[in-house]
Design a binder for this molecule. Sequence first.
Ligand SMILES: *Cc1c(COP(=O)(O)O)cnc(C)c1O
Length: 492
Amino acid sequence: MPELLTRTELNPCKAEPQKLSIEKSAAGRRGLRLPASGRPAGEHLPAEQLRKTAPKLPELSEFDVVRHYTNLSRLNFSLDTHFYPLGSCTMKYNPKINEELCALPGFAAAHPAAPDSAAQGTLEAMHNLEKLLCEICGLSAFTLQPSAGAHGEWCGILLARAYHAKRGDAARTEIVVADSSHGTNPASAALGGFNVITVKSGPDGRVDVAELKKHIGPRTALVMLTIPGTVGLFETEICKISAAAHAVGALLYMDGANFNALIGLAKPGDFGVDIMHLNMHKTFSTPHGGGGPGAGAVGVTKALEPFLPAPRVALENGVYRTKSDYPDSIGRLRAFFGNTGVLLRAYCWLRQHSPETLRLVAENAILNANYAMAGLKDLFPAQYGGWCMHECVLSTDPATTGGVRTLDVAKRLLDYGFHAPTVYFPLIVHEALMIEPTETESRESIDLFVAAMRAIHAEALENPELLKKAPHTRPVKRLDEVGAARQPDIRW
Ligand SMILES: *Cc1c(COP(=O)(O)O)cnc(C)c1O
């Protein structure tokens, strides 16, 4: 296991230290020794599957391994080390106490197949969480089963299908989405077996109600909107939209993955949403990114409740029970009860808040995004005027910045010590830079980010080549991202 030594004091005469490396593995070196098992090796395994020669693994002390992984982890940008304004992803601070609470042995060591009588604490937490989510969203019931936002969307689509089927309305084969909807919306609709109809946004980046009306009718099962939209805007005509959807017999679905923009401020049930999902791993305190576990809780109105996935938790005579006898249920969506670790963190987070502080979450998310936008939009124009919600979408203009594109700005930000915002999304904005500071950042860290962006803009005017080759200070230079995804080199 060679390790590069790059400390400048090794070679103080040159700015760039020489690259020294040494093989650290030594035969017989060990981090720990297991006690002898007292059984012959490979006792129960077929002879042809046993190794003839030992694997060629590095042989290292525990200290070497600890150092190796600690150093590797420091090469990354992470939420605990850097400002991380990745739009639509809500990379916010998750209080560490929630990690401790969900790891309490009574929760973490519970067997997933434990009988209800041995899991009363977990069931009570799930039951209470469902009630809190109903209250916050103005809906009648929630399922906590789906494992991610997209899984929640798919659940919602199956619910809509079951609802229309139960009414004997088989003609509803279409789902209408906005062109500013999150990419998972049309994908989930297609996966649910529906034809996807896309409505073009109006010039203000919002759904154009007149245009929407042209696309909905007796074939529409669901109008599916991301709220706020991926351009960071609230659908100010949402009451007209829900009235129009309901007038033709369709249901209204809200992708509420970015609910930190609305929590405590507005209840989707009040503006006519029939089904919605929340991303517990964005709004409700779970570190995410890198494909870790998530939860996409789905809420519904009374009319859709019978179709929710089973099992559900019910409180009967003071005892929590998992119940499966729901004849109209769409069935199970995953093994056991869901990602309870993520759900427990959400429950802990909610219990630490009051209605007033939840409202502050949304207000600060909105304030921070508008503050960042105000500091940048003279140099990085905003496509749509007015206020944004939890994120702002700006853009780079290569015509005025020596051909510098959004990708170059994003890469240069790494040199300044910031994770890049989301880039080239939403697709309807040219050279998009989608910035979501989140409610947990301080004014100082946003000021620093704005200062870095402004410095980068000045660099673009002076020396565009500097930006086109960025990053310069990171352990790896600009990567072939398509190549990295298609042919990943994951060996040491
Ligand atoms: C993140 C996100 C999703 C998808 O959530 P996953 O948990 O990644 O499946 C869907 N819609 C919106 C608006 C999102 O921001």
